[in-house]
Design a protein around this ligand. Structure first.
Ligand SMILES: NC(=O)c1ccc[n+]([C@@H]2O[C@H](COP(=O)([O-])OP(=O)(O)OC[C@H]3O[C@@H](n4cnc5c(N)ncnc54)[C@H](OP(=O)(O)O)[C@@H]3O)[C@@H](O)[C@H]2O)c1
Length: 338
């Protein structure tokens, strides 16, 4: 009989909730599922009621997989419970950013660098949401001809900031629409309803934000290519689910647009939606709740022979977070690594 695993999900916000749904939808081989958060309670997810237990080190005993979907930082979920997960002999897979650039921790998108999974020492990191969808689309082109320059601009949904940001957009919208009453901003520094914020994270080196640096550094780590020149502008938009990205790349060799379409049509996890004459291109509203990375508006730069433009859209909570983690675990099972 195929082996079943003891799974612990730590954190049950936007990503953790989706993870529990996906485990069920994909019939992940579970022996026992435990859900941990800061407080114990019952949670209804996907029409089923789940018991949530207050996180504590002893709750990780006997775990095979620990999927972290908790808040980041020194007192966050993965920093706090990784030692206990390692002691239990579990493989931890983390949605958060705390360990992504640790040289001891593989950073993995199964469609991009599955070969890095086996290098783990008890912890594997899942990349930032905007990096995941960008690379699922760009890596197959990179394999045809290395990308030397990449310029991305993102249009990121509020769910990328978690459940409290979803609530903030929901609460601000009717107030801003009516023009009556005070719009309250507690998660974002400015009103997000009917607005666009050119800041995701905090400002760091050269005036780029933490989110923009993540897209740069995580991409170079996963492609094992430090020579790639990447630059990004990450923008928050008043959309609930689904990030969109305008991605411009320059490849070493010229790749005709028709060949790019062929490559992306065959690429795992990618669906082409590229018929602009009939108004067909990827949009967050269509990608929400789905698993694929949608690519359209593929066109050559009229001024640069090796320059290509792509428009990339995906559900940031699914492929950008929860699904990617579960796909890493599924890949480990398929490859006999657990
Ligand atoms: N949202 C995205 O698109 C996205 C994409 C990629 C990666 N991520 C990462 O995924 C993680 C979760 O994000 P989210 O958007 O789901 O956040 P969220 O909606 O704010 O939920 C956070 C969850 O973490 C739990 N938690 C916080 N500190 C904890 C601790 N010390 N021990 C146990 N549980 C703890 C909270 O427990 P309570 O419910 O009890 O408060 C809550 O359930 C973050 O690291 C985030 O950076 C998110």
């Amino acid at each position: 009989m195929p082996k079943k695993y003891n799974v612990v999900v730590v954190g049950i916000g936007a990503v953790g909730g989706e993870m529990v749904k996906i485990l069920d939808q994909r019939k992940f081989p579970i022996n026992q599922l435990k859900i941990l958060a800061r407080s114990s309670r019952e949670e209804e997810i996907g029409g089923r009621t789940y018991q949530v237990t207050a996180a504590a080190e002893e709750e990780l005993a006997g775990a095979d997989f620990v999927f972290f979907a908790g808040t980041e930082g020194a007192s966050g979920a993965s920093a706090t419970y990784l030692p206990a997960a390692k002691k239990a002999g579990a493989v931890s897979i983390d949605n958060g950013g705390d360990f992504r650039m640790d040289p001891e921790v593989p950073l993995v998108i199964p469609e991009v660098n599955p070969e890095d999974i086996s290098k783990h020492k008890g912890m594997i990191a899942s990349p930032n949401c905007s990096t995941i969808q960008m690379l699922v689309a760009v890596a197959p082109i990179y394999r045809e001809s290395p990308v030397r320059r990449l310029i991305a601009s993102t249009y990121q949904a509020v769910s990328g900031t978690g459940r409290d940001a979803i609530r903030e957009l929901r609460e601000q919208t009717p107030v801003a629409l009516s023009g009556e009453g005070e719009v309250i901003c507690s998660i974002y520094p400015h009103q997000i309803a009917f607005n666009v914020l050119p800041q995701i994270g905090s400002f760091k080196e050269y005036g780029f934000t933490t989110e923009e640096w993540k897209m740069d550094r995580e991409t170079r780590k996963m492609l094992h290519d430090d020579s790639m020149r990447i630059t990004c502008t990450a923008v928050r938009v008043p959309v609930f689910y689904g990030h969109a990205e305008s991605v411009y790349i320059e490849t070493e060799d010229v790749i005709p647009v028709e060949r790019v379409r062929e490559i992306l049509s065959a690429a795992p996890g990618v669906i082409l939606v590229d018929d602009p004459d009939n108004g067909e291109y990827p949009m967050p509203i269509d990608a929400a709740g789905k698993d694929a990375v949608y690519v359209g508006r593929i066109r050559q730069d009229p001024h640069v022979d090796n320059g290509l433009h792509l428009w990339v859209v995906s559900d940031n909570i699914r492929k950008g977070a929860a699904l990617n983690v579960i796909q890493i675990a599924e890949r480990m099972i398929a490859d006999g690594l657990v």
